[in-house]
Design a protein around this ligand. Structure first.
Ligand SMILES: [Zn+2]
Length: 95
C-alpha cells in the first residue's frame, strides 16, 4: 500500500470527525445547553414551581412540557420546554 493512499484515508477520517464535531456535537449548542439547569437544580431554584412530582413552568405556571432534542429529534442532549409559553426550562441527558 503506498503512502498517498493512507494519507487520503487519514484525511477522510479527520474530515468525518470534524463534520461530526461541528454538525452533530456543535460546541456552541453544547455550551448553551450546559447553561440550562438540570431538573434537580431547577426545582431548587424555583421551589414555588414544585407541585408534588410535577414541576411547573416558572414563567407561566403550566405543568405541560415537551421533551425535545437539542439539535435534532434523536439528540442525546434533551431539553424540556414549556408547552404553553415555549420557554426552555431544564436539560436532561439520554441514558
Ligand atoms: Zn411556561
Amino acid at each position: 500500500m503506498d503512502m498517498t493512499h493512507w494519507l487520503s484515508v487519514i484525511g477522510l477520517v479527520l474530515a468525518a470527525c470534524l463534520i461530526w464535531y461541528f454538525i452533530a456535537y456543535n460546541p456552541w449548542a453544547q455550551k448553551e445547553w450546559e447553561q440550562l439547569p438540570t431538573l434537580k437544580e431547577y426545582r431548587q431554584t424555583h421551589p414555588y414551581c414544585v407541585q408534588g412530582d410535577d414541576t411547573a413552568c416558572c414563567h407561566c405556571g403550566s405543568t405541560l412540557q415537551l421533551d425535545v432534542g437539542l439539535l435534532q429529534y434523536t439528540d442525546w442532549r434533551r431539553q424540556t420546554i414549556c408547552r404553553q409559553c415555549k420557554n426552555r426550562l431544564w436539560r436532561e441527558m439520554d441514558q
